[in-house]
Design a protein around this ligand. Structure first.
Ligand SMILES: *[C@@H]1O[C@H](CO)[C@@H](O)[C@H](O)[C@H]1NC(C)=O
Ligand SMILES: *[C@@H]1O[C@H](CO)[C@@H](O)[C@H](O)[C@H]1NC(C)=O
Ligand SMILES: *[C@@H]1O[C@H](CO)[C@@H](O)[C@H](O)[C@H]1NC(C)=O
Length: 323
């Protein structure tokens, strides 16, 4: 009798474990495991720190594109809350050390005469080959993603609005947290793709797709890229396109506090139905809590993850390395 109950209990346990794992897809062979390295935004020493929280790292290989940059690598980041302000740190190596730019923020919430908004945040830098300039996309406020252009990464010309609520359809209430990448489908006629977060009247945050020939004028696809499932919870956001071992993934974070990846095809329209776990905090030492806004950079055979660590309104920028 006793052992029969024991067997039943075991079966129940296996069943539960199977149900839980059925919400995620298994990691492909050779999937990176990211090992925590530390915090980049030291809140006690940063000169520009209006709200004691920082989000959304965006890394740019300045040495590959800019003449005489401050450092080989630029990392843009920003406070989330008002007034925000796109900020810059730079380093000679992705391993650091990082130096805060002396005159942050480089893009402010008031840019006369073009706009005045409560905050600007979530900067994503990308070299625009056709323009021969660095484009930085950012939101301000939540209803609009804008861009600015620069030759040195510090002094910007205002570009204009890239995507706004209206472009996403009648239910959209927020259009923010965009990342832009070279379009993987050369046959599409588009040179750039963008994933961004669309919030809607139902208060569910989904990943949307926009495409552009020149990085300035954007067309929003009517279909969602990622809708949150059982594993993710109510919101998904902070998406980027990532290529790993010849396959494309959309990587993003979710209400669960973890970051995920789903397979996606070149057209950016066929998306895997289950998320693969990309990153979660280890729970050891200061590597605890939510992880978000994954920015993965592979350089000379080493893969780095820059991300947002901690509560949404008390976050900091951290980094990890693939082992
Ligand atoms: C920003 O304002 C300047 C000065 O009025 C104007 O020339 C420029 O076209 C504006 N930029 C955009 C993108 O609206
Ligand atoms: C807006 O939301 C309503 C209610 O969920 C839905 O019926 C309608 O199709 C949505 N419209 C668009 C354009 O997505
Ligand atoms: C979804 O996101 C909003 C805004 O960040 C937040 O207020 C809300 O609590 C989130 N919902 C869940 C279930 O995490």
């Amino acid at each position: 009798m006793k052992s029969a109950f024991k067997a039943l209990g075991l079966l129940g346990g296996v069943l539960l474990a199977t149900l839980a794992s059925a919400q995620t897809a298994p990691a492909p062979h050779g999937w990176p495991v990211f090992s925590y390295q530390g915090v980049l935004t030291d809140k006690d020493t940063l000169k520009y720190n209006p709200t004691d929280e920082f989000i959304f790292p965006g890394v740019f290989h300045a040495g590959a594109h800019l003449g005489d940059p401050l450092g080989e690598w630029y990392l843009y980041y920003a406070p989330h809350d008002d007034p925000g302000g796109i900020s810059l740190m730079y380093a000679e190596s992705l391993d650091g050390p990082w130096t805060e730019y002396a005159n942050n923020p480089v893009i402010k919430n008031v840019w006369k005469p073009n706009y005045s908004v409560p905050h600007v945040s979530s900067a994503d830098p990308i070299w625009n080959k056709e323009a021969g300039r660095l484009f930085v996309y950012f939101h301000g406020s939540n209803s609009q993603t804008r861009w600015a252009e620069t030759d040195d990464g510090v002094k910007f010309d205002y570009g204009g609005p890239a995507v706004d609520n209206k472009m996403g359809g009648a239910n959209v209430t927020e259009s923010s947290y965009a990342r832009v990448f070279p379009h993987p489908d050369k046959k599409s006629g588009y040179a750039y793709g963008m994933f961004y977060m669309g919030n809607e009247k139902d208060n569910v945050r989904r990943i949307r797709l926009a495409e552009s020939v020149d990085g300035r004028t954007w067309v929003v696809d009517p279909d969602y890229v990622v809708e949150p499932g059982l594993e993710e919870g109510a919101n998904v956001s902070g998406a980027d396109l990532w290529k790993w071992k010849g396959k494309h993934y959309v990587v993003y974070h979710a209400s669960s506090g973890n970051s995920y990846a789903r397979t996606i095809d070149k057209t950016l329209r066929k998306v895997g139905s289950l998320p693969i776990l990309l990153h979660q905090s280890s729970g050891v030492g200061e590597d605890v809590g939510r992880v978000a806004s994954p920015e993965i950079v592979t350089f000379r055979g080493k893969t780095y993850l820059f991300y947002e660590s901690g509560d949404r309104l008390g976050a900091t920028i951290a980094w990890a390395k693939a082992i």
